[in-house]
Design a binder for this molecule. Structure first.
Ligand code: CA
Length: 286
């Protein structure tokens, strides 16, 4: 069964190690309703874990309904079929898009609702994947460094890429909430799916713009690094965003891999690396 909020920290045996998960969402300090949602789903048989954050758009209850529908559809559909993980992931997102569209066309009070989505699919026996639509993000913390893995599908991000806007100006630009892609907007939604190569000890953070719009990446890293467990980490991030104004709903979901995790791709790359070093040493000796 899909896991929905509120969720306490959970620990799962995963790829010979431990996968620790904690998520939380908060309405923030200004808004009256929370249109964000998150969920995670674990398929022990396939050795797959799916993590999703969605940020709903649209007035009335629209955004709230859209983000919840997206989480539900994703967690239910990811396990359907025998295709490869990226195909199942893209199809599940596409089905969520269709369901949200159909619902908003049927119910006029939900007209125009939509949602961003960011998904991390960790696969114990193969390549992992990230998929997103909109400006909810995936970050990776590895060896004391933080990296943004997704590129926002937003107007300001596009202007920054084109060199029209500086990164600093983008943070305060009045158009910073304008997303260029979202589920529930059109039939042929463009989904960005990319492979990912997790390493033992990696920590992944999925979040809505209620966090990354207020807290800069180095500060996100500092907060995460100051906590030994994902659950207080998530709580500290929510609290920091609220202290910084909390002008939007805030959602954070952390998935953390223990150091003793055994990932096949990592082993493969290490083997190749060791072979490469050996061949260099051999050459140097001859
Ligand atoms: Ca938001």
């Amino acid at each position: 069964m899909p896991t929905f909020p509120p969720s306490d920290q959970i620990s799962l045996a995963w790829a010979g190690g431990l996968l620790q998960v904690a998520g939380a969402t908060d309405v923030g300090s200004v808004r009256r309703i929370n249109q964000d949602a998150y969920g995670h789903f674990h398929d022990a048989e396939r050795g797959e874990s799916l993590f999703v954050v969605a940020d709903g758009l649209g007035g009335h209850r629209g955004g709230e309904v859209a983000s919840r529908m997206a989480i539900e559809a994703l967690c239910q559909r990811i396990g359907e079929g025998d295709e490869s993980p990226p195909i199942r992931l893209a199809r599940a997102i596409s089905i969520a898009n269709q369901e949200i569209l159909a619902r908003s066309r049927k119910d006029r009070t939900l007209d125009g609702m939509g949602t961003t989505i960011v998904c991390l699919l960790l696969v114990a026996n193969g390549r992992s994947y990230v998929a997103h639509v909109g400006d909810s993000r995936l970050y990776r913390v590895r060896l004391g460094q933080i990296d943004g893995i997704t590129e926002d599908h937003s107007l300001v991000a596009a202007l920054v890429r084109e060199g029209v806007l500086s990164l600093a100006d983008a943070r305060s630009d009045p158009r910073r909430n304008q997303v260029l892609r979202a589920l529930g907007m059109r039939d042929d939604v463009e989904i960005e799916v990319a492979p990912l190569l997790p390493m033992p000890g990696d920590l992944y953070l999925l979040c809505s713009d209620g966090l990354h719009g207020l807290i800069e990446d180095p500060e996100i890293l500092r907060i995460i690094a100051s906590q030994s467990e994902p659950e207080p980490g998530v709580a500290a991030l929510l609290s920091a965003a609220n202290h910084a104004g909390g002008n939007d709903n805030i959602t954070c979901l952390i998935a953390s891999l223990s150091e003793n995790t055994k990932l096949p791709m990592f082993r493969f790359r290490m083997t190749r690396f060791v072979t490469f070093i050996r061949s260099l040493l051999k050459k140097a000796r001859s």
